[in-house]
Write a protein of this length. Structure first.
Length: 119
């Protein structure tokens, strides 16, 4: 029987069960499919309430997104406007300006909240 997750032990058990269920070939609409969906919701709610993830470093977020999009340093320089600016930003010598944050948000779809973090 499924119950709300109220502590770390129950959370770990739920994660283990989800992992076990994901290893199976589950049919959509089956009891196991429903169990997996409900457990996923319960886990998400527990994580939202009790587990806080650290905010990403803006530079690491940019590098990660560039890697995901198979972008080169030249592509980033084009977004930021100048090749030297790109180097200064990635090395941490220059902070992101509001205009840069807006362009990175628009072009790379990096949340502005991630780009405005202190670094």
């Amino acid at each position: 029987m499924l119950r709300p997750i109220k502590n770390k032990e129950q959370y770990e058990e739920a994660l283990e069960r989800v992992y076990h269920l994901m290893q199976k070939d589950i049919q959509v609409g089956s009891k196991l499919s429903d169990e997996l969906e409900v457990l996923s919701i319960l886990i998400k709610e527990y994580e939202n309430e009790f587990i806080s993830l650290p905010k990403p470093n803006p530079i690491e977020a940019i590098k990660f997104r560039m890697e995901q999009m198979n972008m080169s340093d030249a592509d980033l320089a084009q977004i930021l406007g100048y090749r030297s600016r790109k180097s200064e930003i990635l090395s941490g010598k220059r902070k992101l300006s509001l205009a840069m944050i807006r362009r990175l948000n628009d072009v790379l779809n990096i949340p502005a909240e991630a780009l405005i973090q202190a670094y």
